[in-house]
Design a binder for this molecule. Structure first.
Ligand code: BDP
Length: 705
């Protein structure tokens, strides 16, 4: 198995009785019209059932009086819908026939994948009564892909998009990409890097983008573009890109018209502006709102949106980067056009293995905010470290912003669960998820984006286990209430094995993998110990083009202790959160350990809630984290009989590398921090077998050209 088929394997079900039981309910597929999306749905169902049941199943225009088949029924009539399906929702009911109903063709497609999922997982399909609506309207992948085929932060080969071959040559893989996304409910894709090239807005490239859109359309996926803000200058020949200049506005309006002529269902624009050197409206003394609203105006005649990113921070050595997005964006609340949504990264810094939720969530009630998660493993070990990301996403989504209603802090906060819902408390705490799904502030527009981990590698994601992160992102974008465990189980059964013991072992591995990574990489609230390509450990890094691009800026190690004081005695970033959130984090005695060094500068010898000193706790985490990778290897070895040999060997190799690198991380941090703490490594842990100079030399390798 080369992994190409992802979770859509459709291999023959081995249990003959079960196969026949399914086959009795799936004797035909009835679909009355053949719109492109309905055709995709019927074809997928036919292909999937053929593989799973080993039978060819006819597609017919009408069931007539026959029973025992699957009906695909689009019904636009809302009054006949007591159970309130939204536009893309679906309902599956089964008695004598299986009926997949929706108000839209897209809903049918999603319903088909849901039915296939039931069969793939060996679940019953008799007496089904399943209703499902997506909780978020725009569910996107963001590809950081460049014109030359490279992917910024991509670890699975080159870009999937072959720009030099398009539009005449259309790789069949584009369709498989669309199928995979549709199967998890993704309905939009931004095909190019946020550090955007103006080339994508030229007539030549728009034709290529249109060719992709033509393939994706049949799977309910709309195409979006990242735009280079000064494009009116670079390709339009104008003297300025000032968003208030009438000629600039006209250029964008004309460009947008040109795009919609080629791509009538174009989704809209994603913008990184005045961020990390990318130009933007502030270059002309204008605001983010001025820039975003100009693009919204250009989109007015169309059903397209502007996704404006809040990932901003100025190069100010005295500022705390943590506070930047909140400082720049909250004053603009309510000033954005109704076609604009502000795309916010889950944490205040930058996709670290663990971050507190961004303080923007909850604090812009008059402006729709969307979530940006990173699926690609830029900060979680590239393609060798096995990190199942659903717990990262869930931890943020379930965080309580305390914007509405007072909720008590748990006396003993546990990971990912921050509140105890007492009897007198509001039923729905104001979680980040409820900001994003619009239910908290009544946003008219809701969106979520995941920075894709796909590439041209045959198995799409490099590490076969990283397919689960693409899958989990899509499933959570559709329904953020699903548990990490439920999603892991689905993915394992559809992708790897249905052997019960192996499923359990792998799910356990997946669920522990993120915490293990954090332990050897950035425990107790450390962050950003990388330089350069974000691969090699470099906590000692003190020089860079910007002060906030060094490691020491983040961990602040000195002879007294470690960590970034963000309380009132420090940067006071905590003040950006509600008092209840501040209360959880602003006392170093009670701050949960996972967040401790995010908010406090803690003395090396300080006793923590674990009973250990800070230094001993750090050592314990680094050593047990690295040791746990050995445990992962042992667990993986046990599932060998249940796993395809090619995939088993591939993951075995990656785990060996992960183990080696985990020890490298451990040694780098410990040897470096020890120069400040001046403490011995506590028993029973052995001293690293190398010196600080050794690990520094190793990291230097990754800077060589
Ligand atoms: C950082 C990445 C950088 C991206 C940036 C962004 O290192 O490559 O361009 O995020 O999100 O994490 O704009």
């Amino acid at each position: 198995d080369d992994g190409y088929r992802l979770w859509l394997k459709y291999d023959l079900i081995k249990d003959v009785a079960k196969r026949e039981e399914y086959a009795r309910s799936c004797q035909f597929i009835a679909v009355s019209n053949q719109s492109p999306i309905l055709k995709s749905a019927a074809d997928e169902l036919q292909m999937g059932l053929q593989g799973l049941l080993g039978k060819s199943i006819p597609i017919v225009a009408s069931a007539g009086s026959r029973t025992g088949g699957v009906l695909l029924t689009v019904s636009k009539d809302a009054s006949a819908d007591p159970q309130q399906l939204t536009q893309e929702g679906y309902r599956i009911t089964s008695r004598t026939t299986i009926n997949i109903a929706s108000k839209s063709d897209k809903g049918i497609l999603y319903g088909v994948f849901a039915l296939l999922r039931q069969v793939q997982m060996g679940q019953p399909i008799a007496n089904l009564s399943l209703n499902s609506n997506p909780k978020i309207r725009y569910r996107l992948l963001n590809h950081w892909d460049n014109t030359n085929g490279t992917i910024e932060r991509g670890y699975a080969g080159e870009s999937l998009w072959k720009w030099y071959e398009l539009p005449a040559t259309v790789d069949p893989r584009y369709r498989d990409y669309a199928r995979a996304n549709a199967s998890i409910g993704i309905n939009g894709t931004v095909v190019n890097n946020v550090n955007a090239s103006a080339r994508f807005l030229t007539a030549e490239y728009l034709e290529k983008v249109a060719a992709l859109a033509n393939v994706f359309r049949a799977y309910g996926i709309r195409v979006y573009l990242s735009v280079y803000f000064p494009a009116p200058k670079t390709i339009g020949g104008l003297k300025t890109a000032d968003p208030l200049d009438p000629e600039v506005r006209k250029w964008w309006a004309d460009k947008t018209n040109e795009i919609y002529k080629l791509i009538p269902d174009f989704g809209g624009f994603l913008v990184k502006a005045n961020s990390e050197g990318e130009p933007g409206p502030q270059d002309y003394g204008r605001t983010h709102a001025d820039g975003a609203n100009m693009l919204a105006e250009a989109l007015t005649p169309y059903d397209g949106i502007v996704m404006w990113r809040a990932f901003v921070y100025k190069a100010d050595p005295k500022a705390d980067r943590f506070k930047a997005a909140h400082e720049e964006f909250t004053p603009l609340d309510g000033k954005f056009d109704k076609k604009v949504i502000i795309q916010v990264k889950n944490g205040p810094i930058d996709f670290q293995p663990r971050e507190p939720f961004s303080p923007l969530f909850g604090n812009m009630p008059k402006t729709p905010l969307s979530m940006e998660f990173q699926i690609t493993q830029e900060y979680t070990g590239f393609a060798t470290h096995w990190v199942y990301e659903a717990p990262i996403f869930k931890e943020c989504l379930e965080s309580d912003t305390y914007i509405k209603g007072k909720v008590e802090a748990s006396p003993e906060p546990t990971l990912g669960k921050f509140v105890v819902r007492g009897k007198d408390l509001p039923v729905d705490p104001s979680t980040v998820a409820r900001v994003i799904d619009g239910s908290l502030h009544g946003y008219k527009m809701t969106a979520i984006a995941g920075v894709a981990n796909t590439g041209s590698d045959r198995n799409w994601t490099g590490n076969p286990m990283a397919q689960a992160n693409w899958y989990a992102y899509g499933r959570l974008a559709w329904d953020h209430t699903l548990s990490s465990e439920a999603i892991a189980n689905e993915w394992i059964k559809m992708t790897l094995t249905s052997e019960p013991k192996a499923v359990k072992t792998i799910a356990n591995l997946m669920l522990k993998s993120r915490e293990i990574y954090v332990d050897y990489n950035t425990p107790i609230g450390l962050s950003r110990p990388w330089s350069g390509v974000h691969f090699a450990p470099e906590p000692w890094q003190e020089k860079s083009a910007r002060p906030d691009w060094t490691a020491i800026y983040y961990h602040r190690a000195d002879s007294i202790g470690l960590g970034f004081d963000r309380t009132a005695t420090g940067s006071n970033a905590l003040a950006q959160y509600r008092p209840e959130v501040q209360k959880q984090w602003n006392n170093p005695e009670t701050c949960p350990l996972p967040y401790l060094l995010w908010f406090h500068h803690v003395p090396w010898t300080k006793k923590l809630s674990s009973g250990r000193t800070l230094w001993d706790e750090l050592c314990t985490r680094f050593y047990t984290g690295a040791d746990s990778v050995r445990w992962m290897q042992q667990q993986w070895a046990q599932v060998k009989p249940a796993i395809d040999p090619e995939i088993f060997a591939d993951v075995t190799g990656r785990l060996a590398t992960q183990h080696k690198e985990a020890i490298w991380w451990r040694d780098s941090w410990i040897l470096y921090l020890q120069t400040y703490s001046k403490q011995p490594i506590p028993a029973p842990f052995p001293k690293p077998e190398r010196t600080l100079e050794d690990v520094k030399r190793l990291s230097e390798i990754y800077k060589l050209r």
